[in-house]
Design a protein around this ligand. Sequence first.
Ligand SMILES: Nc1ncnc2c1ncn2[C@@H]1O[C@H](COP(=O)(O)OP(=O)(O)OP(=O)(O)O)[C@@H](O)[C@H]1O
Ligand SMILES: [Mg+2]
Length: 359
Amino acid sequence: MSSDRKRRLDIDGAGSGSKKHSGEGGDPRLGEMPGATRMNPHSGLPFSPRYFELFRKRVQLPVWEYQEKFLDLLNRHQSICLVGETGSGKTTQIPQWCMDFSKRMGKKKVACTQPRRVAAMSVSQRVAEELDVSLGQEVGYSIRFEDCSGPRTLLKYMTDGMLLREAMSDPMLENYQVILLDEAHERTLATDILMGVLKTVVTHRKDLKLVIMSATLDAGKFQAYFDNAPLMNVPGRTHPVEIFYTPEPERDYLEAAIRTVVQIHMCEETEGDILLFLTGQEEIEEACKRLKREVDNLGPEVGDMKCIPLYSTLPPQPAAAHLRAGARQEEQRRHRQEDCGIDEHSRDLADHRRRGVRD
Ligand SMILES: Nc1ncnc2c1ncn2[C@@H]1O[C@H](COP(=O)(O)OP(=O)(O)OP(=O)(O)O)[C@@H](O)[C@H]1O
Ligand SMILES: [Mg+2]
């Protein structure tokens, strides 16, 4: 970030400089939209308007330019490494292409692993929506103690631990045509062990395809491990970010953060949610209470604010529901991402305005 983009944030005064996002650019590539006149091949029903709405967004994702290249690599190689910046469409789009590939090859499924349960649940929900099918039918998920998939399921998002369990009873993973190990850069124990297991499986099952996906460029080790697997690199399109600094260190950063959120809520004219990163559950709950109180005290003219806490010890169902919540909302999270235990990269950040306060 160059210094001229840095600004000071007057968190005491009203109406500080506000940054308008350019929003999603580019023309919707409607010409590429399949099924404008067709039925949904999965459900046999006509596509819903929501399908077309999501499709317009999907084709703008950076990975879409690489679809042909990816399918070509998938045809020619058994293992592929794919690196793409966060939000480029790895988790939601690539498994759908693999699903089409798998359908052409036979009746086997596609598995996409996630290090975290919440990610497996929320991303499968999103992909089911994108494909215009009910969750648990063609697209499902499998996490410990919960299997939301069925005989029709072609694409299954699952925790890496669940695929490892399957490998115990079915060592050649015969149910699968394509296996995607997502978030490989996180190097979770289960994903790392899976790599070892899959290295053996791919030598015995020449029909099985393996895709290692990572958000960091450091994929050299994965490539080397899988016999110099080719690398596909998808550059991202990050949104412009403007950083505002507090003029002086804040004594009470929680208080300052709350004040800033209220200020944004009152002064920002454009729609959009606010993410507030905090250090832990207690602080998050406290901030929610105080924000609600402050906004209530300001009266109805400042508008409603729905404040949603999010931290790793929330049970998976409410946490996933929070991720899907579409209303103007505050999501409050641990400041230290590595401690938060919820997949940073798999949540819906699409319409959220990211703002930070630094002390
Ligand atoms: N649950 C969701 N609700 C709304 N939009 C979503 C959801 N999940 C994904 N998206 C949209 O799809 C885009 C691609 O998301 P995806 O998870 O496929 O990216 P990714 O490349 O896997 O990112 P990461 O490296 O962070 O995992 C996001 O930028 C977002 O716009
Ligand atoms: Mg992802």
